[in-house]
Design a protein around this ligand. Structure first.
Ligand code: NAP
Length: 338
């Protein structure tokens, strides 16, 4: 049972070479400091576990600065304001989401935090389908992929937090949608529960044969969450004017040598196709519009969503590694409020 005046924090201690190991983070306990004017104390309930967190602990230039050694590990979170000092932007009792980090409490003036409505959706949805992964899927397929009715869409990481939503939005827009996922259970989930038109089990099937079977005339959009060999295989099947959305490359995040780039990129030239990277943070001003639409689709039963929730801040690393082993279903979340 944790002491009410103490904050448990996962601190970055060592940059990993490959998969994070037991030396990467350290769980420490610190006394909660007194609040200054304008500050709020947030009791954190859920932490979002995202593949991008692996990139944030590398000492390399990226779209945001790396987490520094001895800093609290960066993570999206949701929690409740339990104490305030002076004039604050939220009130005691408000539920908020933001970059709370992997810690049981967070003290903030509220920059980059948003108030959420738990009457409209469960709290954890605000770090999932109504949070960063959901926004990525929404803007990735609609704005970067420029999806249109009748497109043939192929999605990798298809049973995951982003991919599962990408596929469902493409179905709503009247596309033929195929997903690539690891294992029979995930493949059955995306076809039987999410309405994908077909699935390719990249762990047990020949990928190129699988894509050929489902998409004999090629693909108009390839939404890439994994990179590496899967990206290379998809490039072979581009149709004229196809769009490749580079959302992520999870197969490469723990690479210990140079990452593998696409060998088949000349398919872009031949097919007058385009390949475009995206960072969801660029769409932040438009999140409210997207959240409204996504919430409506959930209400109408058009969007289905699965969460895989584990407990305990002490289990952060073991749970995080499930992203890379694939040993989880849907959005991976760590519940840290006891
Ligand atoms: N650009 C952006 O702004 C942005 C924002 C959010 C997320 N992303 C990216 O989107 C991707 C998906 O994120 P997510 O949150 O939805 O994660 P997720 O798909 O819920 O979880 C990761 C999944 O990746 C698959 N995977 C792991 N290693 C793999 C490998 N070597 N080859 C193929 N598949 C592998 C596993 O599924 P299987 O069991 O099916 O293998 C695993 O469950 C990530 O690359 C992430 O970095 C980008």
């Amino acid at each position: 049972m944790k002491n009410k005046n103490c904050n448990q924090q996962q601190i970055l201690k060592k940059r990993p070479n490959g998969l994070p190991d037991k030396n990467t983070w350290e769980l420490i306990e610190t006394d909660l400091k007194e609040l200054s004017d304008g500050e709020m104390l947030i009791e954190q309930e859920y932490i979002s576990l995202d593949p991008a967190m692996r990139g944030w602990i590398n000492q390399t230039r990226s779209y945001i600065p790396p987490v520094e050694i001895d800093d609290v590990m960066r993570a999206g979170s949701v929690g409740k304001v339990i104490k305030t000092e002076g004039k604050t932007i939220f009130n005691v009792g408000d539920y908020v989401t933001g970059w709370g980090g992997v810690q049981t409490y967070c003290i903030t003036k509220g920059e980059n935090f948003y108030k959420v409505d738990i009457q409209k959706a469960p709290l954890s949805y605000y770090i999932g389908i109504l949070g960063m992964p959901g926004m990525t899927a929404y803007f990735g397929i609609l704005e970067v992929g420029e999806v249109k009715q009748g497109d043939v869409v192929l999605v990798s990481g298809a049973a995951g937090a982003v991919g599962s939503v990408v596929g469902q939005i493409a179905k709503i827009k009247g596309c033929k949608v195929f997903g690539i996922a690891g294992g029979k259970t995930k493949c059955n989930y995306i076809t039987d529960k999410l309405g994908f038109d077909g699935a390719i089990d990249y762990k047990n099937e020949n990928l190129i044969e699988g894509i050929k079977k489902h998409c004999p005339k090629g693909i108009d959009i390839y939404f890439d969450n994994v990179g590496g060999e899967i990206l290379d295989s998809a490039l072979i099947f581009l149709r004229k004017k196809a769009r490749v959305v580079i959302c992520g490359a999870i197969s490469q995040y723990n690479a210990v040598s140079n990452i593998e780039g696409p060998k088949n990129y000349l398919s872009l030239l031949v097919n007058r196709a385009s390949m475009k990277g995206m960072v969801v943070l660029d769409y932040a001003p438009k999140y409210p519009e997207a959240m409204k639409q996504m919430a409506l689709w959930i209400l109408e039963g058009k969007l289905s969503y699965k969460q895989d929730v584990y407990s305990g801040i002490e289990n952060f690393r073991e749970t995080f590694l499930r992203l890379f082993s694939g040993d989880k279903m849907g959005k991976l979340i760590l519940k840290i409020k006891e």
